[in-house]
Design a protein around this ligand. Structure first.
Ligand code: F6R
Length: 246
């Protein structure tokens, strides 16, 4: 695992953007895996800028998002579908049929999850996958647990995640209790992974990721230790290795 420490959020976003821009210039037909949440917003702005300046072209790029809340339609302003359109897709020349965000309103998730997984495989797998990380160590919505699913599945969100994500909703009661998410296996099959973490709230998780050696389902991000091409980009706050909480 390669760790890069940058001064602040903007520098992290720029460093991540550089990786994505170079990758897309060399692989115009790339299959990307994309995350939502607060952390990637700066990166997405940089990618929009690079597109507007003519440095990158999304016309042949395909994307698969990590996850979506169950129960929210694509039009709901807290859905990840809405997020991706407002923060990236509406501003670049990606084709509608080329981006995929898991649906939050399926009737039969057993069938739908298998189909989503199959779509990723049929696209040749994910070439470059963007990840954030939860304060509890979740990646996508693979929450700490005694067992983790390998492939795309439905998960009950943890109390912690519901609380943390309630900042995007009017009240905590509005936060969906379930999500559809890529599994740990889906993530591990990506050829290249970039994980971003910024701010003091991520210090503990980054400390643990750096200092511990084992892999455990109770700390899902630890699985990345077994992946051969992971770049973790953090800011100085997240990299504050002397935080007393750890
Ligand atoms: C989002 C996702 C989550 C977030 C994580 C961090 O698609 O899969 O794992 O990456 O919860 O969220 P932020 O960036 O808001 O701190």
């Amino acid at each position: 695992m390669k760790f890069i420490v940058k001064k602040n959020y903007d520098e992290v976003s720029k460093a991540a953007a550089e990786i994505f821009i170079i990758f897309l210039q060399n692989n115009p037909k790339a299959v990307l895996g994309l995350a939502t949440g607060s952390t990637p917003l700066g990166l997405y702005s940089e990618l929009i800028k690079a597109y507007q300046e003519g440095s990158i072209d999304f016309s042949e790029v395909r994307t698969f998002n990590l996850d979506e809340y169950v129960g929210l339609s694509a039009e709901h302003e807290n859905s990840y579908s809405f997020y991706m359109k407002s923060n990236l897709f509406n501003h670049i020349n990606i084709k509608k049929e080329n981006y995929h965000i898991p649906s939050g309103t399926e009737k039969d998730y057993a069938i739908y999850c298998a189909e989503y997984e199959k779509m990723i495989d049929s696209a040749g797998g994910i070439d470059l996958l963007l990840l954030g990380v939860g304060e509890n160590g979740h990646i996508a919505f693979n929450e700490p647990s005694t067992r983790l699913y390998s492939t795309t599945h439905i998960i009950d969100l943890s109390e912690d995640t519901i609380k943390v994500n309630s900042r995007f909703f009017q009240s905590i009661d509005e936060v969906p209790k379930q999500a559809i998410t890529m599994g740990i296996g889906t993530i591990m099959k990506a050829k290249k992974i970039v994980l971003l973490a910024t701010g003091r709230k991520k210090t503990n998780v980054i400390n643990k990721l750096i200092n511990e050696r084992y892999i455990t389902t109770e700390f899902p991000v630890s699985f990345l230790r077994a992946h051969r091409d992971v770049t973790v980009i953090v800011d100085e706050e997240a990299a504050n290795f002397h935080n007393d909480k750890y």
